[in-house]
Write a protein that binds this ligand. Structure first.
Ligand SMILES: O=C(O)c1ccccc1NCC(=O)[C@H](O)[C@H](O)COP(=O)(O)O
Length: 231
């Protein structure tokens, strides 16, 4: 699964406060996740999300998260929020996921053991832009803080592989250096309480991903072309 990418993308998920969104953008994250899944402690009303979106800096993607939401609710979010990407955590099928005319990420629950069949996944969601392998159980909520055995990640996915579930400043370096996913995604471990982000934890998480990227590049012989690179 080693990619030729020189930088692991970072998505921070489950924002509820404008100041947290601003800091995440300043820290250089690639995507801000806004949750609309019923029952989540991070769930936003669409108007709250629209207010948060106004603080998202240019070139940072806004990802709207759903879990078996009624279609009209998801459509309203898309119309009012204008997210860049959608992310689905439930039983949504490919035709539903693509019906909004936006790129979509399909979350694959990894909370129960067992093998992953990349061919079956690609056949079931052929229009997915990426797969997010997340530590929660099937039918369970994301943002669980549960990790899983990364050895179960598919080695031969033709779509970008994103990893979530219990990532933290203590383990993300290991994930990036051993599995080199396209992107990492985190909610719980950068919070002081659900939906309340902790600036110090966000900063350290980004630093850990960057440290791992630098090691991967040194391994591959690549050198960052700018003075601000890895040295
Ligand atoms: O974050 C939530 O509350 C949530 C609820 C329902 C569906 C998805 C949800 N979050 C999805 C994410 O992208 C999280 O970042 C991901 O599950 C990782 O969470 P964590 O294990 O807490 O880092």
């Amino acid at each position: 699964m080693k990619t030729t990418s020189v930088r692991t993308r970072i998505k921070f998920c489950g924002f509820t406060r404008a100041g947290d969104v601003r800091l995440a953008c300043e820290l250089g994250v690639d995507a801000i996740g806004l949750v609309f899944a019923e029952g989540s402690p991070r769930k936003l009303q669409v108007e709250e999300a629209r207010a948060l979106r106004q603080g998202v800096m240019p070139l940072v993607s806004v990802v709207a998260l759903f879990m078996d939401n009624p279609p009209e609710q998801a459509r309203e979010v898309v119309r009012i929020l204008r997210p860049n990407v959608l992310q689905f955590h439930g039983n949504e099928d490919d035709s539903f996921c693509r019906s909004f005319g936006l790129p979509y990420i399909k979350a694959i629950p990894m909370g129960e053991g067992g093998g992953i069949d990349p061919l079956a996944m690609h056949a079931r969601w052929p229009h997915a832009s990426a797969f997010l392998f997340d530590g929660h159980i099937a039918g369970g909520q994301g943002g669980s803080g549960r990790t899983f055995d990364w050895a179960r990640l598919p080695a031969d996915s033709t779509k970008p592989v994103m990893v979530a579930g219990g990532l933290s400043i203590d383990n993300v370096h290991g994930l990036v250096t051993t599995r080199a996913p396209w992107a990492v995604d985190v909610a719980s471990a950068i919070e002081s309480a659900p939906g309340i982000k902790d600036g110090d934890k966000m900063r350290k998480f980004v630093a850990e991903v960057h440290r791992a990227d630098c090691e991967n590049e040194h391994e591959s012989g690549y050198r960052w072309p700018t003075p601000g690179g890895c040295g």
